[in-house]
Ligand binder design. Structure first.
Ligand SMILES: [Zn+2]
Length: 137
């Protein structure tokens, strides 16, 4: 079974469980999937939380399609590693500077403590978390 984040044409989000991606397509094409709030059968699949947060940075969503989430996550991490400047533990400081236009906006990556993360959220700074492999994995 796989769980998909779905959205109807009116923007209601809900979750659907399917045997596999094919089963989702078949049910969708036969209008067998309906929104639990408004019964709209015009539903589409959203991307995983990791991908959604990335694409919403530009305010748009990527089109729904079959996605290998593990590969996607790896590609995303690779891309971040290549394109984002590593500021390490200065992440929060640098992010806040950019937020308040003290420094030019650029893509940065780094680490933040729980408190720092909360502070960034309180300040309304846009950022997203990536899964980092733990040592005990
Ligand atoms: Zn709906």
């Amino acid at each position: 079974m796989i769980a998909y984040d779905l959205e109807c044409s009116k923007g209601h989000g809900f979750e659907g469980w399917f045997e596999n991606s094919e089963s989702f397509e078949v049910q969708k094409n036969n209008n067998m999937i309906s929104c639990p709030l408004c019964e709209d059968t015009d539903v589409r699949r959203l991307l995983s939380p990791v991908a959604v947060r990335t694409v919403t940075e530009s305010g748009e969503r990527a089109p729904a399609r079959d996605i290998d989430y593990k590969r996607l996550a790896k590609e995303l991490i690779d891309q971040v590693n290549n394109d984002f400047e590593d500021v390490g533990a200065n992440f929060t400081k640098e992010a806040l500077k950019m937020h308040y236009d003290v420094t030019e906006k650029k893509n940065i990556r780094g680490t933040a403590t729980k408190n720092e993360t909360k502070m960034l959220e309180d300040e309304g700074v846009q950022f997203f978390r990536l899964p980092v492999k733990k040592a005990d994995d």
